[in-house]
Design a binder for this molecule. Structure first.
Ligand SMILES: *Cc1c(COP(=O)(O)O)cnc(C)c1O
Length: 344
């Protein structure tokens, strides 16, 4: 089975497992796990923040950031299709009591679109307190958030006293694509959530990177939310291995996405915006005659796992555990699946 459902489906490599098996551990709730500390110091350094907190998931990193920046009743400005709104089980309203305002269309937005959504300050209006940027943007098909826009948004937000958070689950992909360092990409933001288990291929974990003071506030909330982990060095060792060894290879995943996209673009009944394929995600739009569900289940029987992301849209994500040759095969399988569904 060629699995393009997500870049989270990777298995730890033998070398990563070896690093995990050898990890020195201690009780991290007591602050005594040396491997967790080493990971937190290293990731803080890589993204250019004072400190970092190892957390169970990207959802926890994002939601801790929302909790740090807001009070109940506040409004958070996000791009269309934001992960914090659509893929985190309603955590923003549930855990922090916030609501969301969507800026712009398609996921990416500029400073003008942001300013349009800042509430006026009347006591009957919700208070805008935070702006969240997602880079790369998942629903937008792995698009890179233009850095000039990120800088302008952060400046305008700070001038108004708003916090700025980066959902950088795939910031490593944005860095590989643009050549800008993670430090440069994260510089405009107060808080940054980064993921070790997407493109980097670690089994578990994300980090919230910010000031030392924010990390200590987040540490309390992490425990409150059930995210205090004991000998988490086993997991941190996988994340540290991934951070050290798997960042430089992300360009390969992007090249694989391009191969897949170019082959699928030639399939009758499928459409791919080739210019929009910037990193490791490919959105495939289907003719009106087919549903994404039908094509996905036909593809699965032929050996390709691919997820619908809309009624007529499929989303393919490349990663460590698929090869370039498999990208050509995957496009072929998709062609067969589409032909089968069109005949039916
Ligand atoms: C995957 C992802 C996350 C984190 O998801 P978890 O499953 O909670 O680790 C956050 N933001 C974006 C944009 C993502 O793609």
């Amino acid at each position: 089975m060629i699995d393009l459902r997500s870049d989270t489906v990777t298995r730890p490599t033998p070398a990563m497992r070896e690093a995990m098996a050898r990890a020195e551990v201690g009780d991290d709730v007591l602050g005594e796990d040396p491997t967790v500390r080493a990971l937190e110091e290293e990731v803080a350094k890589v993204v250019g923040k004072e400190a970092a907190l190892f957390v169970t998931s990207g959802t926890m990193g994002n939601q801790l950031a929302i909790a740090l920046h807001t009070r109940p009743g506040d409004e958070v400005i996000v791009g269309e299709g934001a992960h914090v709104v659509f893929f985190e089980s309603g955590a923003g309203p549930a855990l922090s009591g916030v609501q969301f305002a969507i800026a712009g269309a398609g996921g990416l937005f500029d400073v003008a679109a942001m300013e349009e959504r800042v509430q006026g300050g009347a006591y009957w209006s919700p208070r805008t307190s935070l702006v969240c940027v997602e880079n790369t943007h998942n629903r937008a098909g792995g698009r890179v958030f233009p850095q000039a826009d990120a800088i302008a948004i952060a400046e305008a937000a700070k001038a108004r006293g708003l916090g700025v958070h980066l959902d950088g689950a795939r910031i490593w992909n944005a860095s590989a694509k643009t050549g800008l360092s993670p430090r440069e990409l994260c510089a405009p933001f107060d808080t940054v959530s980064v993921c070790f288990s997407k493109g980097l291929g670690a089994p578990v974990g994300s980090a919230l990177c910010t000031t030392r003071e924010n990390v200590e506030r987040a540490r309390r909330l992490r425990k409150m939310w059930g995210g205090g982990m004991r000998q988490a060095g086993i997991l941190a060792a996988g994340a540290l291995y991934a951070l050290t060894h798997h960042r430089d290879r992300l360009g390969e995943d992007h090249a694989k996405a391009t191969i897949f996209a170019e082959h699928v673009a030639r399939v009758a009944g499928a459409r791919v915006d080739l210019a929009g394929v910037e990193t490791n995600i490919v959105n495939v739009d289907l003719d009106a005659a087919m549903t994404a569900d039908a094509v996905a289940s036909a593809a699965r029987k032929l050996g390709l796992a691919i997820n619908p992301s809309g009624p007529r849209r499929l989303r393919a994500v490349t990663h460590l555990d698929v090869s370039s040759a498999e990208m050509v095969q995957a496009a072929d399988i998709l062609r067969l699946a589409i032909e089968e569904v069109r005949r039916a």
